[in-house]
Design a protein around this ligand. Structure first.
Ligand code: ZN
Length: 356
C-alpha cells in the first residue's frame, strides 16, 4: 500500500466514520472488561469460567459480613482461584473485628493483611458493619474514624495498599420504603429491616456516616481509597464530584447503583454523561453479583451475562432503555471508547495494587 492510499484511508476513518469513536452492542464480546466488584463465596470456578466467555476479568471482594470464619474460607477459595486463573481473577483481603477489645488486635490485623497481600490480594475491604453494627465492649458503635483503626490505615497508606470501603448505605436507606428512588433499594431494605436505618432513628444519620468516612480520609491523605457503590453518594453526581475533588487519592465503583444512575439519567442525561467524561479516570465498572455455593454454572452465567449486557447498552449506546430498577424510560450515555476502556478495564489496573 502506498503512502497516498494510507493517508486516504486515515482520512476516511476520521471523517467518514465518526461512529468509530464509539462501541456498539456487537463489540461487547471483543472488548476486554473487568467486573471490579464481584463476590465469590464458593470454591467452584463457575463464575470465572462464565466471565471468560464474556471477556471479563473478575475482582472478587472478600467481605467481613458473615463472621470471621467466612473471611478465612473465602480467602482460601480466592487463593485457589487465583492460582488456577492468574490472568482472569483478582481478589481483595478483608479483616475481622473479632477480638477488637484485645490488646493484640492491631498487630494481628496488620499481620493478616500483609499475609493476604503476599498471597495476591489487591486491596483490603471494609464493610458497613463498621458504623452500623459493631460495638466495642462498652457498647459504643465502632465508626470508621475510630482511633484504633489509625495504625492499620497508616500501614495501608505507607504500603500503597488500597482500602475498598462500603461505608454507610444509599441515602434511600434513611427514607421510608415508598419514598425510595430505586426498586432494588426498596426490595433490599424490605428484606433486611436490620439495615433499614429509617427504622432505627437511634443509629447514626446518613450525614454522620459520610462525615466519619471523610474524617478518616482527612487523617490519611495518602491512603488510596476506592468507595464502593459510588461511595454511598449515589443520589447526586454533583455531590460525588465534590467528594472526588476533595480526595484526589480516591476512586469509586458503580456496583449495585446502576438504578441510581438510571434515575439521574432519566432526569438529566447530559449532566450524568458529563460527569462520566470528567471523572473517567476515577470510576470503575462493577456489579455486586454474588456467586454462592448453591449456584449452578448455567444460572450464574445467565445472571452475569444479562446484567453485563444491559449495563453495556446503557454505557456505550444511546438506545432508549427501560430497566426493572426504576420506572420510565431513559437514554444510554454513549460514552466514547476511551472512557469505556478506562471504566471497564484500565482503571482497575491503575487503582488496585498489582492488578494484572
Ligand atoms: Zn458488594
Amino acid at each position: 500500500m502506498n503512502a497516498i492510499n494510507t493517508v486516504f484511508i486515515l482520512i476516511s476513518i476520521l471523517f467518514l466514520y465518526p461512529e468509530n469513536e464509539y462501541y456498539s452492542i456487537a463489540d461487547f464480546q471483543n472488548v476486554e472488561k473487568t467486573d471490579s466488584h464481584f463476590h465469590i463465596y464458593s470454591d467452584k470456578s463457575y463464575a470465572v469460567e462464565a466471565a471468560i466467555k464474556d471477556n471479563f476479568k473478575l475482582l472478587s471482594i472478600n467481605t467481613f459480613s458473615d463472621g470471621c470464619e467466612r473471611v478465612f474460607t473465602t480467602n482460601r477459595n480466592c487463593n485457589i482461584l487465583k492460582e488456577k486463573y492468574p490472568e482472569d481473577f483478582e481478589f481483595t483481603a478483608a479483616f475481622c473485628l473479632d477480638g477488637w477489645d484485645d490488646k493484640g488486635w492491631v498487630e494481628n490485623t496488620i499481620g493478616w493483611i500483609d499475609k493476604s497481600i503476599r498471597d495476591g490480594a489487591v486491596a483490603v475491604k471494609v464493610w458497613k458493619n463498621i458504623g452500623m453494627e459493631f460495638k466495642d465492649e462498652d457498647g459504643s458503635l465502632i465508626m470508621i474514624d475510630d482511633p484504633q483503626f489509625d495504625p492499620v490505615f497508616k500501614h495501608l497508606a505507607e504500603k500503597r495498599i488500597p482500602l475498598v470501603g462500603h461505608l454507610g448505605e444509599p441515602k434511600n436507606c434513611w427514607l421510608p420504603l415508598k419514598e425510595m428512588t430505586t426498586k432494588n433499594d426498596s426490595s433490599y431494605f424490605a428484606e433486611n429491616p436490620q439495615y433499614h436505618m429509617f427504622l432505627h432513628p437511634d443509629m447514626p444519620s446518613y450525614e454522620e456516616q459520610m462525615a466519619a468516612r471523610d474524617r478518616m480520609l482527612d487523617k490519611n491523605p495518602n491512603l488510596i481509597f476506592i468507595g464502593c457503590h459510588l461511595a454511598s453518594l449515589e443520589w447526586d453526581v454533583d455531590v460525588l464530584a465534590t467528594f472526588l475533588d476533595r480526595y484526589p487519592n480516591s476512586a469509586v465503583d458503580m456496583a449495585a447503583r446502576m438504578g441510581q444512575l438510571f434515575y439521574q439519567t432519566r432526569e438529566n442525561r447530559e449532566k450524568i454523561r458529563s460527569f462520566f467524561i470528567k471523572y473517567q479516570d476515577r470510576i470503575l465498572y462493577g456489579t455486586d453479583i454474588i456467586d454462592r455455593e448453591q449456584a449452578d454454572a448455567e444460572s450464574i452465567y445467565k445472571r452475569m451475562h444479562n446484567t453485563w449486557l444491559t449495563d453495556w447498552e446503557y454505557l456505550v449506546t444511546d438506545n432508549r432503555i427501560t430497566s426493572n430498577l426504576i420506572d420510565g424510560e431513559f437514554k444510554g450515555l454513549k460514552l466514547p471508547k476511551e472512557v469505556v476502556n478506562k471504566i471497564y478495564s484500565q482503571n482497575a489496573k491503575k487503582w488496585y495494587k498489582g492488578f494484572e
